[in-house]
Ligand binder design. Structure first.
Ligand code: FES
Length: 257
């Protein structure tokens, strides 16, 4: 039987200096994605946007019809290629332009104190329990519900985890508890008075960037901000291009997830 060995070559990406060995024939774009390198693209690699330009030092496949259409003669002479069209046939160095490496540079990064009007569904209510003796657990439950009712909180059901927590706090002799309420649903009990410790997270999932803010729900202060480039960006600039990617690529849906 003929022993067919698949040729492999190294690609070095600049300016990040990432490099790896790939099978002959892989597109430079797919190789970059495999290394987590984002190359600008609006068409998810189907060869219509002309944005995935890279400069290549080394021999590749001849420019395709798509490249001849979307790149100027001067660009081709300078070694500019469309990374979704250029195929690995020899070791090469790929220079990713600044337009790609700066994707996401405008992401929200500031934190600080911004006052936000608040009306959160989640709230905390301090509850004082009466003295109780061993075996009076159910009496205490009743007293607890009454105390919440007096604060206009009608608890329809006790989650099992809250019952367990409550039992534990009672056994430890704790009499000051904080009930965590979502509208009129009891979520949990916390020992002591924790009414001034209540945080929420606001998450913005954008097609280009992801951003999250940690907000103090007792005062409305933004405590921290975190953001990142949406990893799906590599597979198209918009939702349509990404759907197209999942249709065109086996396993594409898994990649986007
Ligand atoms: S032309 Fe290459 S990704 Fe759009």
């Amino acid at each position: 039987m003929e022993n067919i060995e698949m040729a492999e070559f190294r690609i070095r990406f600049l300016p990040g200096r990432k490099s790896a060995v790939f099978e002959k024939g892989i597109t430079l774009r797919d190789a970059a994605l495999a290394l987590g390198i984002l190359i600008e693209s609006d068409c998810a690699g189907i060869g219509t946007c002309g944005k995935c330009k890279v400069e290549v030092k080394g021999k590749l496949n001849p420019p395709t019809a798509v490249e001849k259409k979307l790149l100027s003669r001067q660009e081709l002479q300078k070694g500019i290629r469309l990374s979704c069209q250029a195929l690995l046939v020899n070791p090469c160095t790929v220079i990713v332009p600044q337009s790609s490496t700066s994707i996401g540079d405008q992401i929200l990064t500031e934190s600080g104190l911004q006052q936000t009007p608040l009306n959160p569904d989640i709230r905390k209510v301090r509850v004082e329990l009466p003295e109780h003796r061993l075996g009076e657990k159910y009496f205490v439950f009743e007293q607890l519900l009454t105390a919440l009712r007096q604060k206009n909180i009608l608890v329809a059901h006790f989650p099992l985890s809250a019952v367990r927590d409550l039992t534990q706090w009672l056994q430890q002799g704790k009499r000051t508890l904080t009930a965590v309420i979502d509208q009129n649903q009891l979520l949990a009990f916390e020992p002591g008075n924790t009414t001034d410790v209540l945080f929420g997270v606001a998450i913005d999932i954008g097609t280009t960037t992801l951003a999250a803010k940690l907000i103090d729900l007792t005062r409305g202060d933004v405590q921290a901000v975190a953001s990142a480039v949406n990893p799906q960006r590599a597979h198209g600039a918009d939702v349509i291009a990404r759907i197209h990617y999942t249709i065109e690529h086996a396993g594409g849906l898994k990649q986007l997830n």
